[in-house]
Design a protein around this ligand. Structure first.
Ligand SMILES: N[C@@H](CCC(=O)N[C@@H](CS)C(=O)NCC(=O)O)C(=O)O
Length: 207
């Protein structure tokens, strides 16, 4: 049985969406970041970096942190969410890597400087607006070429991107001018597993 430790947040949604998509059995444990539960000793034993999501799997004895690793574990265990085609599988892995190492950190900083920071720093805000628009442009260009990030098939890469485009919508980081990205986002948002995933562990705040 998989145990998922998560909160209502972009990286957490990647895990809940993937688990809901695949139908793997799991138990959800709500780690409340706003109450500092991710800094408690028991949780730091699971992830010494003190971040959600984390999974443990009693069937394999494996504990994993980092949302991209968790997505790949869910894909391998279920035999879903990664294309069979060699070329498309590598596209999925490439985009998953890009989304994890470029989109995630840039949007995380944008959320911090624009939404949470007590002192609003115009230079930091404009820097992360520019960097996130660069990301939107790259994603939009890819989705002009193929329906999904890997190619013909929905994959872990789409889930990784949606975790952040969902939060971008909530935060008002508009991508309406990026037509292909916008259409893709709306298409992903209609998937029943995605609709369930973004309400777990609790409904996200905002519109
Ligand atoms: N690279 C990590 C990032 C994980 C992460 O930053 N998670 C956030 C929630 S989305 C968190 O736990 N934040 C708590 C904190 O920064 O103290 C991943 O992809 O899993």
């Amino acid at each position: 049985m998989i145990e998922l430790y998560s909160d209502s947040s972009p990286n957490g949604f990647k895990a809940t969406i993937a688990l809901e998509e695949t139908g793997l059995n799991y138990t959800l444990h709500h780690i409340k970041i706003d109450q500092g539960e991710h800094r408690k000793a028991d949780f730091l034993k699971l992830n010494p970096h003190g971040r959600i999501p984390v999974i443990t799997d009693s069937a394999t004895g494996i504990t994993l942190f980092e949302s991209a690793a968790i997505l790949l574990y869910i894909a391998e265990k279920s035999g879903q969410l990664l294309p069979q085609s060699f070329a498309e599988r590598w596209q999925a892995l490439q985009w998953l890597q890009f989304l994890s190492s470029s989109m995630g950190p840039i949007f995380g900083q944008r959320v911090h400087f624009e939404i949470f920071a007590e002192t609003k720093l115009p230079q930091a805000i404009s820097r992360y607006q520019k960097l996130s628009n660069d990301i939107y442009a790259v994603l939009d260009q890819r989705l002009n070429e193929t329906p999904w990030f890997a190619g013909a098939e929905y994959s872990v890469a789409d889930i990784a991107a949606f975790g952040w485009t969902h939060i971008a919508r909530i935060c008002g980081f508009s991508f309406d001018n990026y037509t292909h990205l916008n259409n893709w986002h709306q298409k992903v948002a209609t998937r029943p597993a995605v609709q369930r995933g973004i309400t777990l562990p609790e409904p996200a705040t905002g519109p």
